[in-house]
Every structure is written in C-alpha cells, then in structure tokens.
Write a protein that binds this ligand. Sequence first.
Ligand code: SF4
Length: 449
Amino acid sequence: MKFSEQKPTKSLHLVSLGCTKNLVDSEIMLGKLKDYEIIDDASMADVIIVNTCGFIDSAKEESINTILNLHDERKDESVLVMAGCLSERYKEELQKELPEIDIFTGVGDYDKIDQLVNEKRSAFTDEVFLLNEQNDRVITGSSYHAYIKLSEGCNQACSFCAIPAFKGKLHSRTLESLIKEVKNLIKSGYTDFSFVSQDSSSFLRDLGINNGLEQLVEQVSIIEGIKTARILYLYPSTTELSLIEKIKKSNIFENYFDMPLQHISSNVLKIMKRGKGVDKLKELMDAMKNVPNSFVRSTFIVGHPGETQEDFEELCKYLSEYKFDRANVFSYSDEEGTSAYDRLDKVPQDIIDARAEILGEIISKITQESLEKEVGKTFDVYIDGESQEHEYLLSARKTTWAPDIDGEIYINDNELFEEENQEQLQFGKIYTVRTTELVGDKLLATVIK
Ligand code: SF4
C-alpha cells in the first residue's frame, strides 16, 4: 500500500490480534504510519507492531507466542513494538520479562505511535484512546466494509471479565462524530458498516442518554450512499424491545442481532453479575427471533465457578430449542482481578473441557440447520473476490452477515453474464443470488441479478 508519491523508504509489518475493536485501533496506527510501506514479510520489516489481546489465557498465549516468533524472524536493526490490551494489563511484568521488545505501549497511545517509533520510547498514557472522525484510519481487509467503534471501556461488572480493569469505564463517542466518520468513509467508497464496542447497547448512557443506539439507527439509516449496516455486542440489560423494533423498521440496518448471553441459568447469570432476569432475557431473544429474516448470534461460557451439571444441561436445552443462527462457546478462563477468580466453587478443568465439547457439538448442529434453511433461497450478497477454495469460485457474504465470523458463500454460476463474461461481476458490490446447495458449511449460489 503506497501513500506518498515518493516510494516509502521504510517498511512496516503489523499484526492485529483479538477483536474487531482492536483492529480499529490497529488501523489508527497504520494511519499514523503512512510513510511506511506495509509488508507481509516480517523478516524484511523496519518496524514490527503486534497489537495484542489480553482478554483470556488462550488470547494472552497467542499474543506472547506471536511476538516471540516475530522476534526470532526479525532483522537486527528492526524495531519491535508490543501494543494493546495485554501490554496494558501486564505493563510492569512484561517490561521486565521481555527485553526482546523495543517499545511497549498500551491502549492509550495509538495516535502517538509514530512519535514512539521515531523516538524509540515506550509510553502508557492513563487515558484510554478513543478515536474520532479526524483520526486517519487505514481500513484493512475490505474495499467496501468498515468497522465503526462506538465507544471504549465498559460499565458492566461481569464476574469473569478483566476488560474494564484495563479499558476503563464506558466512554462513548458522540453521535455527530460517528455520523461524520461514516460519511467520510462513504466518500471513499465504503457502503457496509459494522458498529462495535465492548457494550454497544450502552452507547451514550455515560452521557445520560438511554436510547443512544436507537438514535444511531435512525440517523445512520438516512445517510446518503450507505447500503447496509449491523450492530455487534449488544448487552442484555441495556437492550430494549424498542431497539429491535427500530432495527426492524430500518431499510439499512440488517435484522442482525448479536448479543452475548454467556449463560441462561438464573443461578449462573446471578453469579456472573449479568442482570435482567431469565424471563426478560427470553422475551428479548424471542422478539429478535420473530423479526422477519432475522439472524441471531450469541456467545456462551461453560465451566464458570458455581455452574452445576443442572445449569449446564439447562444451557444445552436452551441452545437446542432456540436454534441460534451462529454461536460461540468459550471455556471459563480464570482471570486474576475478576470477582470469579476469588470464588472457591471452581469447576475442574476436565469437566470444563467436556462441557465445552458438548456445547460445541450442539452449536455445530444448529449452525448447520441455519445454513440448510438457506438452500433454495434468494437474497442479497456482497461479492468479496476470488475464493481461497478455487479460482472459479467467487467468495460472497450474505449482506445480513458480519464479515469473517458468519460464513462464506461460493458463487459458482451467474445468469447475468455469459460464462466468458463472468469477470464483469464487480467485487464489493451487492448482487442477488439463489442458493442451490450446501456443501459442508458452504452454500453454493448463482447470481441472478
Ligand atoms: S460487557 Fe461484560 S464481558 Fe463485555 S467487556 Fe463489559 S464486563 Fe466484559
């Protein structure tokens, strides 16, 4: 990616780990380092940045392994930077234990990364960085889709979660700033947006506004040039039925509902300090399911301290009956600094692993059922480009689905252009397809208009 007329003299290799919120911060760093050529070969890079994740054990391990492998690969005179959540959470320990790393920074200095690299110094500003529309981002991974970060931090106190400890309290962007950023990106050709944060349904509550997301849906839906949008990471106790209605009525926001429930047993939800009550929760989930052509995604934790076999069976029963379109299961990770960490009723690891496997099988089954229901259907997709699978198969995503997490559709035929003119299909554009069959977890489809 070349930015200035003159060929950049220095090169940069950046690895963004963890969630989409971290990816947005990585894109901010790329925007600040525009004088660098971004390269894939870390062994050739002048600067290597790893934007780490510090959420749970497996993510922490991946971050450490990634940066140590890059250290082994890198050239002598290069600069190795550890940024992000893991670096923030364990700043003292890591600076002592990892002398290999040249620059340490956390979650407060993404917009100063150019200075830190130029001055080869570490920094941990107290305040958590939150972008605004003036920040220059280099959108990665797509020519038409961009993630939009609603806020930083979180005011919830989920028993298993360390994020508020290093990302701080909820800090929302203003609606004006978000609207301006979306409008700027539309000028650059982006048409599809996913709104993300730690707790999206609490958007603007730190500014005393309780229906912030509904206002967002309303105002974004009238922006000229936008085609599609969706919201991820809703939180149960701050999601209202009125938001579901607002999304249903919008001709821009997909009927996409991503709300991590983490559990369904009232005993475990109480221990997890995740309010709202099971009846209200099920009412909300049913309302999402009852929206025409809705797509419902969630996330669950098994093996949380205090989870009994009955609680676990209740969770399995609920997932099998509710039939989420997509879901993730995480094994409980014992995170110091969280309230769950201090509990004595921990679940043995072998039982945690067994429960994760069982729930994983249920999730594979309901995901397959959701895909099977799509066979023979007609709907809109974005065509992303050639599939990894085969050059004659194009890769597409249903416009409802979020990128990278909800699946891929293979386009193997089209009724628009004669075979020899298939290349006229434009990537990043919306087409209507009819699905013909399901092969494994991939739908095959024909472009019809
Ligand atoms: S909502 Fe709960 S799980 Fe999510 S970041 Fe906040 S405290 Fe953590």
